[in-house]
Design a protein around this ligand. Sequence first.
Ligand code: SAH
Ligand code: DHB
Ligand code: MG
Length: 224
Amino acid sequence: MTQAVWTEVWTEVDQYFTDHLVEADPVLDAALAASDAAGLPAIAVAPNQGKLLHLLARLKGARRILEIGTLGGYSTIWLARALPEDGQLISLEFNPRHAEVARTNIASAGLADRVEVRVGPALDTLPTLEGPFDLFFIDADKVNNAVYVQWALRLSTVGSLIIVDNVVRGGCVVDDTSEDPAVLGTRELFELLAAEPRLSATAIQTVGGKSYDGFALALVTAGP
Ligand code: SAH
Ligand code: DHB
Ligand code: MG
């Protein structure tokens, strides 16, 4: 089959999984519609990926979550719904317009009491945070992925989970001649994951409506 046909199959299977396993959700649909109406790019995680984040946060029993890269708050809502009532999610977002759309979506989801969106380049806001966080979802500028994982480690405790989105990007990750800063950043991330003794990590390729990509998952196994 050609690539174009596979993309159709992946999209159809994603839809089939979502129809069966992801409950109808007017709040999340409205968050996507509002993001779209505000002109935000359609790059939120897919519904079945959002539910994976939600299930991982529940498995972890996460009480504090740090997200880097809010966009319109779609993944934020999936993650925050896994928190207990006194839990907290902080999401870092560079673009004030994205943050504004996200705050409205988060309030509509009834999660304003436990979610805070902080505006600014993550490299500026990360040093103002106090850990530990139980779960990290890193989904912002790919060039800084290795630095973000180092920050996550600093703000973690033994047993914290670090998830990094978009580590495959159509297979570009294996192109060792690439000069694309995002690819270089992702390859730096894998060097770090390989070398860091406090992390036990894996990575998974994904296909679907969002094409061919993947995520990395790392468990913090030892303290600083
Ligand atoms: N997690 C979202 C998608 C995030 S898209 C979801 O799945 O629903 C990536 C976001 O990261 C964009 O909103 C972009 O503005 C933001 N971003 C890019 N560079 C950043 C930086 N240096 N610091 C913080 N956020 C950044
Ligand atoms: C892009 C960013 C993402 O976080 C994603 O999941 C897909 C695409 C992008 O910048 O193109
Ligand atoms: Mg992403």
